[in-house]
Design a protein around this ligand. Structure first.
Ligand SMILES: Cc1ncc(COP(=O)(O)O)c(C=O)c1O
Length: 345
């Protein structure tokens, strides 16, 4: 979900952005108004995450999936190998895409996507160009509470937890995130990459995926998704008003604790994830009797509790508690869950 004040502001500015006589949807990406919007979004992102000067911020189309391909194309250089930690459906997809460009190796993969293998067991080839992991597995609800320590440039898919907690950007070679969880509408992806890692793409790299070219062109090598970029900027402003990532992290901890306590305090609900690695953002849970799933979802929806169906690959339920979800939303879900259990448990 997007923060309501952001949607209201977008509504107010829809027909006439700051007396420009234009909607954000109508602006030329080369014009002064959009230049202002783009620069402000980047400045706010840099401030929120304290992004060091030697990192480039790119705002690209193609979602995080586009980056599954762009990362090997840009970072392989003259190496052949890449190292991937597979902890869930999204890292598995990233690995599959990387295989088109070289020898993508699995550093470790648990039998079930409910935990993170012990870092001491990871097999990392020192010849690899980079090490990739998914900081939060959106489907399975497995989140890294730590930053892996590896001797290779560290690449992280943070699509579903970027801006939900503070981050030491300088420990990473590259961070990427599709906007549609914590940053804005779908259709734009943020890439934060250390400058010295770019500029040597594979010869087959399409110019739109060439980080060096995109950096030189201010992410405007072609017409960017301008409206999505604009709304992303509004979300960043909202986040700054909330007190930034430090403040939002406290709220996210509180929200997640509330739901996990409700699940753990009941025999009717269950979350399968290793308690050390439970996600604050995506909380999957099952009912003791899966025949009740449809009824649960229907009654939840009648209360305005929507989008609770688990991903089709894992079933059950999943509550996504992104930054914009107020604590009241989690309280309403917990109350409903307790009531449902009393009635059908
Ligand atoms: C962790 C993660 N990576 C990648 C993706 C794919 O993102 P996109 O649909 O923007 O390509 C998602 C989408 O939900 C995701 O959650």
């Amino acid at each position: 979900m997007l923060p309501e004040p952001v949607l209201e502001r977008a509504q107010r500015e829809m027909l006439d952005w700051r007396s420009s006589g234009m909607s954000g949807m109508e602006m030329s990406h080369r014009g002064e108004h959009f230049a202002e919007i783009a620069a402000k979004a980047e400045a706010d992102l840099r401030e929120l995450l304290r992004i060091p000067e030697d990192y480039v911020c790119l705002f690209l189309p193609g979602g995080a999936t586009g980056q599954f391909a762009a990362i090997p194309m840009n970072l392989l250089g003259n190496r052949r190998k890449m190292s991937y930690l597979v902890t869930g459906s999204w890292s598995k997809k990233a690995l599959a895409e990387a295989k088109c460009y070289g020898e993508a190796q699995i550093a470790a993969a648990p039998e079930k996507f409910t935990t993170i293998p012990d870092p001491a067991s990871w097999q990392i080839d020192p010849e690899a160009a980079y090490f990739h992991y998914t900081a939060n597995e959106t489907i399975e609800g497995v989140e890294f509470p730590f930053v892996p320590e590896v001797d290779l440039p560290l690449v992280s898919d943070m699509s579903s937890n970027l801006l939900s907690r503070p981050l030491e950007v300088n420990r990473f070679g590259l961070i990427y995130a599709g906007a549609q969880k914590n940053m804005g509408p779908a259709g734009i992806c943020v890439v934060i990459v250390r400058r010295d890692l770019i500029g040597c793409p594979l010869p087959c790299t399409p110019s739109i995926w060439d980080y060096g070219l995109q950096a030189r062109e201010g992410s405007m090598l072609n017409t960017p998704p301008t409206y999505n970029w604009y709304v992303l900027g509004l979300v960043l402003e909202w986040l700054r008003e909330q007190g930034g990532v430090e403040a939002i992290e406290q709220r996210n901890i509180e929200k997640a604790n509330l739901l996990y306590q409700a699940i753990d305090g009941s025999d009717f609900y269950r979350n399968p994830v290793d308690s050390r690695y439970r996600s604050r953002m995506n909380i999957p849970f099952t009912l003791a009797d899966s025949n009740l799933d449809a009824l649960f979802l229907q009654q939840a929806e009648e209360r305005g509790l929507v989008n609770l169906k688990g991903h089709r690959s894992v079933g059950g339920m999943r509550a996504s508690l992104y930054n914009a979800m107020p604590i009241g939303g989690v309280k309403a879900l917990v109350e409903f869950m307790q009531e449902f259990e009393r009635r059908y448990g």
